[in-house]
Design a protein around this ligand. Sequence first.
Ligand SMILES: [Zn+2]
Length: 319
Amino acid sequence: MLKGTLAQSFLITGAPGIGKHTFGNELAKAVLCHEPTEDGCCGKCPSCAYFDAGTHPDIRRFEAPKGKKTIKIEDLRSGLIADEAVNPQISKNKVYIINADQLADVSQNLLLKSLEEPPKGVEFILLCSDQSKLLGTILSRVTVLSLHPYTSEEIEQILKRSGKDDASEEKIEFCAEFSSGIPGKALSLMEDEEFSQEREHIFELVMDMPKMSYTDILIDEVSYWNDNSDRTDELLLLLQWTLGDIATLLASASKGVLKNQDKKDKLISFLSDARGLTLINISNAVNAVTEFSKGLKVNVSYDAACSSMLLKIHKELKQ
Ligand SMILES: [Zn+2]
């Protein structure tokens, strides 16, 4: 793109945390660079230096003001529409980076003409995680670049390159796998103390489940889930992973590759205490987890659905 004819209106899409801002910035830096190569910006010219210092005069960013959900239309009028015809100062081009998740319909309409026929030397980079909120007329005027999730191995490399290589190999692997291929999520999981605690809690819950009383489950455990209900998706996935590890060990003895690889010894000792446990029990327990998450989508009471799931898992694991 940089060496050929560059489209002037880009829309970079992908899940939150996938790297839209990072990619949009690299693209902007390369577009502004005095001597870009196929790999992107040169990193040495005055334009690159201004860019790195955050003082490049030919790039403007449009975001909602703090605490607000949408970009002010006046900001677009004065900062973009009125600015388009002004020549760039130190680069051949100028770049507008717009957070398109924060564009109200009226602002999208305002941008239509600019996106369709951008003035010479003007580059639009729109970033968006939810394309369904954009008007069809916007989508038909931009070149869409979709960013897709990475493999777990790629995420591990990203984590190591981002200075997380002092963490344990197990933690890096676990967060990489848990991130569903989203680098931003993997990076925040690595630093999220609450996530580490949740992971321990859910793992221990499964390990202790056979010994737990109804009171432990219906009072203490249900209130834990209630207190953390904003993170239910994470808790459910952690629960599924731990149950999945038990199934892996049941099916292939000690040879299986586990999600909780660092807790293999504990899992093996759990299984040696639960000799009657079969794959059917685990499958039923996993079904209970799935039912709970389906129930939440149709607004079943959280307490009732959570209690029912935990009691079903208890019944299956108490073999
Ligand atoms: Zn440069």
